[in-house]
Design a protein around this ligand. Sequence first.
Ligand SMILES: Nc1ncnc2c1ncn2[C@@H]1O[C@H](COP(=O)(O)OP(=O)(O)OP(=O)(O)O)[C@@H](O)[C@H]1O
Ligand SMILES: [Mg+2]
Length: 223
Amino acid sequence: MPVLKGIDLDIHDNETLVILGPSGQGKTVFIKTLVRLIHPDSGSICYDGEELLTLSHKQLYRFNDRIAFVFQNSALLDFLSVQDNLQLYLLMHKAISPRDLQRRTLEALHFVGLDDDVLDKFPEELSGGMRKRVAIARAMVKRPQYLFYDEPTTGLDQTNAEKISELIKMLKKEISATSIIVTHDIKLMRDVADRVALLKDGLISFVGDRDEVSEQMLDFLYE
Ligand SMILES: Nc1ncnc2c1ncn2[C@@H]1O[C@H](COP(=O)(O)OP(=O)(O)OP(=O)(O)O)[C@@H](O)[C@H]1O
Ligand SMILES: [Mg+2]
């Protein structure tokens, strides 16, 4: 059975678009499809007029350089320290001096509100909220043009969820990235979205400005 059923969605430069929907509606499938982690059976995904689904290996490599993805489970590499998690991408893909690497690492770490002593820790030594911050810092280190977040507040208490909302807003200003967030969290949507798309049963039932999302639409979405 198809998970997504004919989605047609434009994303504007520099906006924060929240795709809101209850559990199991295809949010993760959708956001992974947008970055070619999942290949759709049919359809088209264009970035600045360029078709993502037919990019060559080399073009895909360049595309990956422009995006960062904060996964639903943070997806830090358990066998690497926080420092190595933050630096892995730049070390593998960029000619960067040790000094610049350290500067960018610390800048991102401090930006998400973590101290230097976290650098030598391993992901399993961190709380869920701290892991999420490290995942956001790892995305920031890359300085992407597009930032993708899958359920950034899931599993966090209200205080930590609010801190993550704040970080998402601050990070967007800091690196002026286009942010695409999928979530079931109405509060997060109200806090960070410029525009909202409502996703239910694999279909987008509404796209518009945040203020246009009515209680009635939300009742229908979550009924
Ligand atoms: N790689 C995949 N290919 C095809 N179908 C998938 C894939 N991953 C998940 N699915 C199916 O797609 C449906 C939607 O799953 P998805 O994980 O996208 O939901 P979700 O909206 O992200 O839910 P949650 O809020 O629990 O994270 C499920 O029925 C799931 O089994
Ligand atoms: Mg999901």
